[in-house]
Design a protein around this ligand. Structure first.
Ligand SMILES: Nc1ncnc2c1ncn2[C@@H]1O[C@H](COP(=O)(O)OP(=O)(O)OP(=O)(O)O)[C@@H](O)[C@H]1O
Ligand SMILES: [Mg+2]
Length: 157
């Protein structure tokens, strides 16, 4: 199951982030895919802000294993950009995050796709112009499908 949304500018991404936040259950893994500068971190900031985290607190986790923010629910923010071998992530106990209480975001999730839970929300972000982005949401199980149903029902404007 999938859903496509095109947004205009940072405000459009922020709004989509708010809509997704309103649809997230307490426990979920969200994988983000897209080239450098596609807007993965900006989107995580937008969702986390709606979940009660100061958006300045949300910074790229490229050089650390994981950021933890405390919003209305725990939020974990991972990045596998620098991971050369998924086994490195396993050795660090990364799989525990995917079962942790809270929302786990992982940038560059396709690099460790074999480690992800079977039911997770995949979000591919593509830049279609300097400021416009296309979001492709894909559900891989009932829990993520429910999020997409909710998102599909939320108003576009
Ligand atoms: N509609 C938009 N949504 C998100 N970012 C946008 C948008 N329009 C322009 N941008 C710009 O694109 C950049 C996105 O940067 P961001 O760090 O979020 O990307 P990223 O995908 O996390 O990159 P990286 O792979 O380096 O982690 C920012 O400079 C942001 O201002
Ligand atoms: Mg990033």
């Amino acid at each position: 199951m999938s859903l496509v949304r095109t947004v205009a500018g940072l405000a459009g991404t922020e709004k989509l982030g708010r809509q997704l936040a309103a649809c997230l259950p307490r426990q979920m893994t969200v994988g983000l895919v897209g080239t450098l500068g596609a807007g993965k971190t900006f989107f995580v900031q937008s969702v986390a802000a709606e979940l009660g985290v100061d958006r300045e607190e949300v910074v790229s986790p490229t050089f650390v294993l994981c950021h933890h923010y405390q919003g209305r629910v725990p939020i974990f923010h991972l990045d596998s950009y620098r991971i050369k071998d998924p086994e490195e992530f396993v050795a660090l106990g990364i799989e525990e995050y995917f079962e942790a209480d809270g929302i786990t975001f992982i940038e560059w999730s396709d690099r460790i796709v074999g480690l992800l839970p079977s039911d997770y929300l995949r979000i591919q972000i593509d830049a279609i112009s300097e400021v416009n982005r296309q979001f492709n949401f894909t559900a891989s199980g009932p829990k993520s499908a429910e999020i997409l149903n909710c998102l599909a029902a939320s108003t576009v404007d």
